[in-house]
Ligand binder design. Structure first.
Ligand SMILES: NC(=O)c1ccc[n+]([C@@H]2O[C@H](COP(=O)([O-])OP(=O)(O)OC[C@H]3O[C@@H](n4cnc5c(N)ncnc54)[C@H](O)[C@@H]3O)[C@@H](O)[C@H]2O)c1
Ligand SMILES: O=C(O)C[C@H](O)C(=O)O
Length: 331
């Protein structure tokens, strides 16, 4: 291996998403077939033995691209020199909870991890927060990393994006590759706005192909927005393999770029676009190029879309106020 291995750190490495994610990273699916990987699994002390078991299984795969796996409960060691940080480790919600209910349980994890990233990460670090409530946890992590450019902190709404593509494919029979320009706006929560108004199917407006506003508003939007709860209801545990798959997609697109003429969805630090207060971590339609996500500029939002985006952003503002009140970030 002549290329320097990329350091990829997964927090919650013994958890269900961590288990689904680690093997895909080690096999080269995160950064491609030409980039060796040094994998680090960060866990709480009680789960270090289980994470060590995951590392043993990864060793047993003999992945050619893998430089090695380290297991630690020390955030400073875990993020030293990290190139890609996947912040997954956090409690998942259970039946009847909303993701925002996890703020006080999980918010405290992300300040120290942001500080450890600030102290030791590589200069080109990229951070994806998966642990819920993902947007606001990313906001907390970024607030503790003043030396890391804000555009390196993102939260995951790619799972919502993929869910929206899947629903549209099922409704229309279109091929996934023919569906473009779909967008998730706002929070990774039930208030999110899965937006078809700019989407196309085989180059035609998706709304014309569907031709059923009642389905869009009454079925498509709530199905996508409440899919996490539906999975918990059906499985008795929150989504894991699909979440890991979306995390791979998010980083892969960040590194490789979006196809010409298309975009994806990611929660990024707002620059004030579309009236989303600067600094909030909100989902937008984004393109990726040269290793950077950029908010798609200049889209028209009709009255319904405006109302939906505003409602989800209002929830993000409330979450920001809540973490300020909890003392997890300064005001
Ligand atoms: N953004 C999304 O689309 C999305 C999708 C699915 C799940 N999630 C969220 O991802 C998180 C993880 O889900 P899961 O199903 O893997 O949960 P899990 O309970 O199976 O695993 C979580 C792991 O994190 C570890 N952990 C807890 N605190 C930690 C810390 N401070 N440092 C390192 N590790 C720590 C736990 O020990 C556990 O092993 C949850 O918050 C869940 O709600 C987000
Ligand atoms: O819904 C959850 O709590 C888990 C996750 O965020 C999901 O969307 O599946």
């Amino acid at each position: 291996m002549s290329v320097t291995p990329a350091v990829v750190t997964v927090t919650g490495g013994a958890g269900q998403i961590g288990y689904a994610l680690a093997f895909r990273i080690a096999s080269g699916q995160l950064l491609g077939p030409d980039r060796p990987v040094r994998l680090r699994l960060l866990e709480i002390p009680a789960a270090v033995p289980a994470a060590a078991g995951v590392a043993m299984e990864i060793d047993d795969c003999a992945f050619p691209l893998l430089d090695g796996v380290d297991v630690t409960s020390d955030a400073t060691a875990a993020f030293d020199g990290v190139d890609v940080a996947l912040l997954v480790g956090a409690r998942p919600r259970t039946k009847g909870m909303e993701r925002g209910d996890l703020l006080s349980a999980n918010g405290g994890i992300f300040g120290p991890q942001g500080a450890a990233i600030n102290a030791g990460a590589s200069s080109d670090v990229r951070v994806l927060v998966v642990g819920n409530p993902a947007n606001t946890n990313a906001y907390i992590a970024a607030a503790h990393a003043p030396d890391v450019p804000k555009d390196r902190f993102t939260a995951m709404t790619r799972l919502d994006h993929n869910r929206a593509v899947a629903q549209l494919r099922q409704r229309t029979g279109a091929a996934v590759d023919d569906i473009a320009r779909l967008a998730i706006w706002g929070n990774h929560s039930a208030t999110q706005y899965p937006d078809l108004t700019h989407a196309t199917i085989g180059g035609r407006p998706a709304l014309d192909v569907v031709d059923d506003e009642a389905w869009v508003r009454g079925t498509f939007i709530p199905t996508v927005a409440k899919r996490g709860a539906a999975i918990i209801e059906a499985r008795g545990a929150s989504s894991a393999a699909s979440a890991a798959n979306a995390a791979i997609d998010h980083v892969r697109t960040w590194v490789d770029g979006t196809p010409a003429g298309d975009w994806t969805s990611a929660a990024v630090v707002s620059d004030g676009s579309y009236g989303v207060p600067e600094g909030l971590v909100s989902s937008f339609p984004v393109t990726a190029s040269g290793g950077a996500y950029t908010i798609v500029p200049g889209l028209e939002l009709d009255a319904f879309s405006r109302e939906r985006v505003d409602a989800s952003v209002a929830e993000l503002v409330e979450e920001r106020e809540a973490v300020r009140a909890l003392g997890l970030v300064g005001s």
